[in-house]
Design a protein around this ligand. Structure first.
Ligand SMILES: Cc1cc2nc3c(=O)[nH]c(=O)nc-3n(C[C@H](O)[C@H](O)[C@H](O)COP(=O)(O)OP(=O)(O)OC[C@H]3O[C@@H](n4cnc5c(N)ncnc54)[C@H](O)[C@@H]3O)c2cc1C
Length: 470
């Protein structure tokens, strides 16, 4: 049954209260309801925006020992773990990571059984067809399917339900305070709670405390509702933190993207074929260091380190069709000076930068889809692949901004998803998804692993909470 915000969540105590309304929360709620619990799900967002960052996703990364649904070939535990170690540079909890990887294999059939449909990955992304299962209709369809399943199982969902405080007595959860549709907070009792309310990236003040004033210029790729209220509350009550509070995952996105919720379409993949300059029309990093899937995640940070946290990617007519079309059309001009003027850059300075870059380009064979070694000579920073002169009008430009995907600071959990304090675990509090992902990932990110963590730990949290009350 779904109650509207004005009807409220009725009387407690509930068996299991789930805080959040994304993938991790839904996996927990469904699992606990299937085990016979009376479950209340409190989603902070209004119904049209339900589903947090999960609704922006496209796929999840899944281990498998043979073809499985849309996944081809095999992807075993060691290879998956190795891929993870490469991106986290060893900052990984091996026990939790391997457990997550192993459990991912049983997640796919579970997801299908609970309404998720998969599709083969797009042609041309061969390696992903083996490692990542794509959701038919994207994360929005996944979330909608799970809400339907939860409703069928009798889960009560309340939207616009902002949880502000979790009541703990010693090592036990007793209830929580929630404001529904902006009304004064009310207290709801529960026998167990699952915290699945994401990271804190949409609290710009918190981000600014961690990152400095530069954070004011960051764009948030996902939901504005993940403000870390519950995370802060639990940390203030002595729960053990994990993950670096000053770190977040950020990619370079179109500077014209909305402040929140732009999603995946605002990403720009033009950098390897561009000259990228800062506000002063100066280059600052090797645009051709490696293939884009291995570099896109560092460009958010690179742009964040520039004056005013802004960059400008400049290409010419030769490169326009070499990357995924952008959602907003680029600036376009017949001369570099005109393009600079359109983008608010000093025309003479951009002209000098492009001239110096063009003079450093060498003859050679250009291969857009592989490392071609076509490098500049005698210029700093170099461009070590795909370095072709920017000389063929019309010229195009994109403004780049750092787009934050998620923050790393979270709650430390055990392999049973139980929230930890320095004095041991809380007896009836579990956490799943982004709020505890730092327990596994110390830094870096492997595409598709966020949904894997949420699915694995959401199901564990739901199962353990049900066991506790059962
Ligand atoms: C643009 C984009 C694309 C991505 N693509 C992928 C991908 O393809 N594959 C992948 O694996 N990962 C991807 N990720 C990462 C992925 O979105 C997350 O890892 C995953 O969704 C986390 O799930 P979650 O349930 O923990 O959080 P969320 O889905 O963000 O859910 C958190 C929920 O908590 C609610 N909430 C927050 N605070 C409160 C409160 N105080 N009270 C009540 N409710 C509250 C929010 O409204 C929201 O419903 C992407 C992220 C972004 C931003």
């Amino acid at each position: 049954m779904t109650e509207t915000a004005t009807e409220g969540p009725g009387s407690g105590p509930w068996d299991v209260i789930v805080v959040g309304g994304g993938n991790a929360a839904l996996c927990a709620a469904i699992t606990a309801a299937e085990a016979g619990c009376r479950v209340l799900l409190l989603e902070g967002a209004p119904k049209p925006y339900r589903g947090g960052n999960s609704r922006h996703t496209r796929n999840f990364r899944c281990m498998h020992r043979g073809p499985l649904s849309v996944l081809t070939d095999t992807y075993d535990e060691d290879e998956y773990f190795h891929d993870l170690m490469l991106v986290t540079k060893g900052k990984t909890d091996e026990h939790l990571a391997r457990m997550t990887i192993r459990t991912s294999e049983e997640c796919l059939p579970w997801m299908e059984a609970h309404g998720v449909r998969f599709q083969p990955s797009l042609s041309g992304t061969l390696s992903l067809s083996r490692t990542n299962a794509f959701f038919l209709g994207g994360g929005k369809s996944l979330v909608n399917a799970y809400y339907n399943t939860a409703e069928d199982l009798g889960v009560t969902t309340v939207y616009e339900a902002q949880v502000g405080h979790i009541h703990l007595e010693g090592d036990r959860f007793t209830g929580l305070d929630v404001s529904i549709a902006g009304a004064p907070s009310r207290h709801i009792q529960g026998r167990a709670v699952v915290l699945a309310s994401g990271g804190f990236q949409s609290d710009i003040e918190w981000l600014t405390r961690a990152w400095g004033p530069a954070a004011a210029n960051f764009l948030i790729r996902g939901t504005p509702y993940n403000r870390g209220t519950v995370l802060r509350d639990m940390l203030d009550q002595g729960c053990e933190p994990v993950g670096d509070p000053t770190q977040c995952h950020a990619v370079a996105i179109d500077g014209r993207a909305p402040k929140y919720d732009g999603g995946i379409v605002t990403r720009l993949d033009c950098v390897p074929f561009s000259v990228v300059v800062n506000r002063d029309a100066q280059r600052f990093y090797n645009e051709g260091e490696d293939v884009w899937p291995k570099r896109y995640a560092i460009w958010g940070r690179l742009v964040a380190a520039q004056p005013d946290q802004v960059g400008y990617a400049i290409i010419d007519a030769k490169s326009l069709d070499l990357f995924m079309p952008s959602v907003f059309p680029p600036n376009k001009a017949d001369s570099i000076e005109e393009l600079a003027a359109q983008m608010g850059l000093d025309p003479a300075a951009l002209r000098r930068t492009i001239d110096a870059f063009n003079a450093a380009c060498r003859e050679g064979t250009f291969h857009p889809t592989e490392l071609d070694g076509l490098a500049t000579e005698g210029i700093e920073p170099p461009k070590t692949n795909w370095a072709r002169p920017i000389d063929t009008p019309p010229f195009y430009g994109y403004q780049l901004r750092p787009g934050v995907t998620f923050t790393y600071l979270g709650l430390k959990v055990s392999d049973h998803a139980q929230v930890q304090t320095p004095d041991g675990p809380l007896r009836n509090v579990w956490a799943a998804g982004e709020i505890m992902a730092g327990s596994i990932l110390g830094q870096g990110y492997l595409a598709g692993f966020g949904m894997t963590i949420g699915t694995v730990f959401g199901r564990i949290a739901g199962r353990e909470a049900a066991k506790h009350v059962g």
